[in-house]
Every structure is written in C-alpha cells, then in structure tokens.
Design a binder for this molecule. Sequence first.
Ligand code: SF4
Length: 762
Amino acid sequence: MREKVTALTPPDNNKLKLSKIKTTAAGIPAALSSMKHGITRMGVAKTVKSLMMVNQQKGFDCPGCAWPDPSHRTTFEFCENGAKAIADEGTKARVTPDFFKKYSVQHLSNQSDYWLNKQGRITNPMYLAKDSSHYTEISWDDAFEKISTQLNSLQSADNAAFYTSGRTSNEAAFLYQAFVRAFGTNNLPDCSNMCHESSGKGLGATIGIGKGTVTLEDFNKAELILVIGQNPGTNHPRMLTALRDAKNKGAKIIHVNPLPESGLNRFKHPQDYMTANLKSTTLADIHLQVKIGGDAALVKGLIKIHHQKGGIDESFIDSKTDGYESMIESALETPWDVICMDSGLSRQQIEHAGEMCANSNATIACWAMGLTQHRNGVTVIQEVVNLLLMGGHVGREGTGFCPVRGHSNVQGDRTVGIWEAPSESFLERLEQGLGFQMPQHHGYDVVHAIKAMRKGDIGVFFCLGGNFISASPDTEATAEGMQKVDLTIQVSTKLNRAHCITGKEALILPCLGRTELDITKDGEQFVSVENSMGIVHSSRGGFRPASTHLRSEPWIVAQLANATLGDKHLDWLELTDNYDNIRNLMEKSLHGFEDYNLRIRNPNGFSLPNPPRDDQSFATDNGKAHFTTNPLPNVSIDDDKYVMMTIRSHDQYNTTIYDLHDRYRGIHGNRRVVMMNANDMMERGWKTRTIVDIISHFNGQTRKADQWIVIPYDIPSGNIATYFPEANCLVPLESTADISNTPTSKWVVVSLHESNSSQEEE
Ligand code: SF4
C-alpha cells in the first residue's frame, strides 16, 4: 500500500551559519570549490579530464547554462558552477534497484532535495506499480509496452502531455516533437514556459524574433552594458569574463537588481593567477537597487532622460521603426514621483543612468528571470526594447538584446519544435520535411498542463528530463494534479522529487548524461545544442556511461515512438542508428538548418538566421521594429505585506541542490531563510534568526509555508527573498505574466508571522 507522500520540501533542520558577504566573485575560492566538487564526487583523474574536455571544440557542452564559448578557447573553458554540474553527472554514487528496495517513495519524499540529488546516478529502468510503495526494476521493453498501451488507450491524444527540460539535445528534442505531433497533439510544455517565455513573446512582437541578437564579440565593442534582473555571478559565471573584457575596453556597466550581487561588484578570473595577474576588476559602475517590480518605472525614467539628453538615432527610428511618438509621449507624461516611488530609486540616480544611455553609441541590454517572472514580464522587456531602439542599438557592433538562458539547450529545444503554440508556417515546414500531417490546435504550456492534470484530463505525463514538481509553481496544487495522472514517466540521470510525486503508476527511464559516450551500431554519436546567442554547435561525450542499462535520449524517444505508433510515420529506430539521419530530417523540416550535417562539423558550429543582427531587418507584420506604449504596472501593496522573490543560491542549478553554501551571500547550511531589510525587521521587533511563517495572498486565496529563519539582508524595504524550490509552494498557479503565462516567481505578495518556535539558536 502506498503511504501519503510529501510534495513540499521537508523542514530544514540544518544549522544556519552566516558569514561575511563576498565583494569579489570567482577567484581562488571558485577554483577550489570546482576541484572539491569534482574530486569528492568523481576522483582526481576524471575531474581533470572532464574539466579539460568541457566546452572544447571536440568535447562536450557544459550541462549548465547556455552562455556561449569563445571561438578561440582557453585551456579551461568552465566556471565553478559548470564544474559542479559536471561533477554531479560524473559522480560515482549510484541509485540501484537495491536502493529502491531499501527506500519507499514515502521515505524518499521526506528527504531534502540536496539529499536526493547526492544519491547519484540512477542505473536501471524502474517501475512504481499502482498503490505500491517501492519502485521495482523493469526491462526497457516492458517499460515501452506499458507506456504505449497506456497512450493508445487514451480517448484523445490531448489526454497526454510531454514535458521537456532544457538539457535535451537538438536531435532528441526534434525526434520527440515529431513523435508527439505524429501521436496527434501539441501538448509540449517546456521549462522555458517558466523562464524566458516572456522574452520570446516580448522580443517576437517587437523585433520579429524571440531570441537575443548579440554575439559574444559584441561585448568587446559595447560602450554600455545594462545587466537587469540577472545574477550572472551564480547563474552564468563565464559572462563575468565577457564583462571584464568589456570593462578593460572602456565599457560602462549598469547593474539593476534588488540585491547587490557580488558577481557584478568585483571579479577575479581564476586563470589570471596562472599569469601572476593578481588584479581583480570592478564590474558595475553603478548599482541601481530597484524595488522588486520597479524595473518598468525605472526604464520609463531612463527613456525620459535619454529623450532629454540626446543620443536619439532619428534615421534609424524613421526608416526602421514605428510607434515612437506614442511611446515617447506616454513616457514623458509619466510623473517622476510615480517613477521614483515605484522604482525605489531617486530621480538623481535615474538621471545619471539615463545620461549614460544617451551618451552611449553602442549599448547591450542583458536580462534574466528578474524581468521575465513578473505579471508585466512581457511589457517590461518591451520597455527595454524601447530604450535601445531609441539609439538604434540593434544590428550594429556592440549593440543588442541579450536574454541570457539558464539552461544549456532551452533555446535549441524551442527552435527545433518544443513549442505548444507553433506558428502555421512552422507546422507547414515540418509537414513538408516529415511528410505527415501536424495537429494544428495549440497545446498546453506548463501552467495549462498542471490545470489539465488537476481536472483529471491528463492520463499520461511524460517528462524528458527535469524535475517538474520542484520547478513548477504552487507545489501542492501541482502535486494534486500529478497524482491524478494514470501514468507518469520520468527520463532522468539523477534522483529528484519528481520520482516521489508521481501518477498512480510511474516509470523512471535512466538516460545517458551529456558527458557520456553515446555509441550506436554506426559508432560514436554526437549531438548538438544552441546557446543563448543562437550558435548551434556539437557536443561529444567522452566517458563510459554510469551503467550499462542507460540509454540515450534519442534512443528512448525512438523506442517510445516505435512502440506507440509503429513505423507508419517514420522509421524511428533507423533514425537513431546514426544521428546524421535525424539531422537530415531537420535540414528538410526547419528554417536555418540547411546543410546541417556539414555545418555542425565546423569546430565552432554555425549561427542560425537572426535578421535584426544579420542585417538590421525585422520579421514583424510590417517589417518594422515596433516601439510599444505600456502603462506602468500597479506595484502598490498593503502596508502589512511584502513582495517576495524566489532566487537561487550559489550552490544550486535550477532545482538541483549541489551543496548548502550560498558563498557570495554568506548563507550556509540552512536554505529555509528569509532575506529581509534590517529596518523592516526592527519595525517588527525581530532579531536575526527569528522564525516566521510565510503566507502568500492572491485573489483572496492564501498559501502557507512554515518555519523560515529571518536574516537581515541588503534588500529594499518591503521586499524579501527566499530560495526556490522551497518557496515555490507560495507561488499561486493562477499568478502568471500576461501574454506569456510565465509563473510570477519574482512577484509574490506575502505576509510574515512570527512562528511559535520563535528563535533559532546561534
Ligand atoms: S558559464 Fe554556464 S555554460 Fe559556461 S561553464 Fe559555467 S555553467 Fe557551464
């Protein structure tokens, strides 16, 4: 009999240690941390070999974020968090059938995400029978038999949903979407629905492409770089090298963030020590400590000053854009007191930054979740577009938009078809290339898929990678939905909470990692990925798989398709004998992938078409870049409430917890922490380590999470920060960004209540 499992991350009884906040990022501590993670998990030899292979032209792509590689590689092309991602995949620890015999699902659900991840690589396909409390081993054939029977017993193809995490390669993702569409649905929710969907929608509607327009080289040509709502020091660390190089070439950097992140303060490149260069580099020239949700007001202010101070590219505006007049009118009409109140910044601060924008001949704007995961995520990004279009800062050297992707192939997955709302032209091209009809009605994104599960409309939920339950908002609501599903299938490398919160029956299909050799009957195979700057390049594993039972993602998808549909659409099995076969299909089915098999063998891969970058053209309805006029969002909250944003620690990658040291912020051991403004704490009569319960408020609904330790932190008054996935249970399912439907994990209205057990001992 299966006992009740806990969806929420269990209470954290680790001791909280606080240390001094770091003012310099990376340096020797980063090198030591990289080695420590490597050697403790993989041993010396494998650590050295894998760190010399990662991000190299003949090596494997880092399974971490999607920051691009320079065309001229250095000996070591990795950062501390890349090293942790590799060590995590290369770990010697194993989760075997015996492990699952020992631990029930209920027991596993009571463990922390850190503990679950540390158990290591899953070695065999596993099955959780109905009402059973323990997973048991299953053969691959029996697993596919179960899935195909379940899929083919569904009333409609729309009673199934197929999730993708951003680590999936182009080849696996293309085959997956082909299978899902051959099966008859567009239910392809993916992790970008929860992260850069707002960027895709915001940019797509204004410049005609839902991707960034800069190259790595542009950073060396920029005069001004805006880094907004992003913490590259932890989430895209090699970006700090590009920022340092830009600074050394005279660029200015404006850092916009409610938190003073060390990564934008000073940077010390660990490899500099090898040349006895001990100097560190100050990165941000100014830090605008905006209130959570105050970015739109800030950018309106910058637009006003830019308009006043000049630097307007009139010939670009006249010839290449529309909508300028109404946009500028709305900005000029926006009162300064509203701008200062909403942004939490002084007019002087905004004027200083605005002048820097006006004086720059080449500006790049970078952003991440701090802009996308808000109700106005799409329109605030369009305000940033407005600001840069004023100076014609797109499609010229040193200029452009840079939404930085946090997952190594999240952009690639979307490009090759992981898209629940594909355009007609995209489906048409697929039909031509694949030779079978595509379902035309749009499918479920992440939030809609959860709602459909909660209504009992999803009989089969297939996840290609990821940790859906922990990455999603409203943890308990999502869990209730998933537990209504008849069969959930999780393709994974390591253990996580998605293996505990399952459907009535569940399967775990263990796959090869990015670092591992993928050998088929045609020999060693390589896959490809697309980085944040639209460069598609190859990735070759180099290590013996963690288990002989592991299979590649393309193989798993092909077997699934063949078992479910037979070969009437495609000869799925033949396609995975040699991935050139898959790429041949992609050449015929996708715009920009011509001569794919030839160009992917270029040492640095190839760039996909990017009209704004390539020739300052815009694939919009009228071929013009669109200025947009957007009202400011209402950011006022009741006096007894706070705005909470969820963040990552430095020892975390998405929902994967590598360790318990948020080194830059000086927070160690315990993750159930509330970073709060010291004056706000004093007002409540609270000391450091006071224990509180958090309640979120949304449309009359409340959600509660108990036992959080309050610590003073440099954050604007009325704002607090907590770590996800622990705080995701407070993010309402219905609270999403307009247009993109991205959960508002950076904007959650909460109240704080002193908990019965009031103080954590020192
Ligand atoms: S910056 Fe991103 S891609 Fe590069 S090594 Fe670090 S985690 Fe990996």
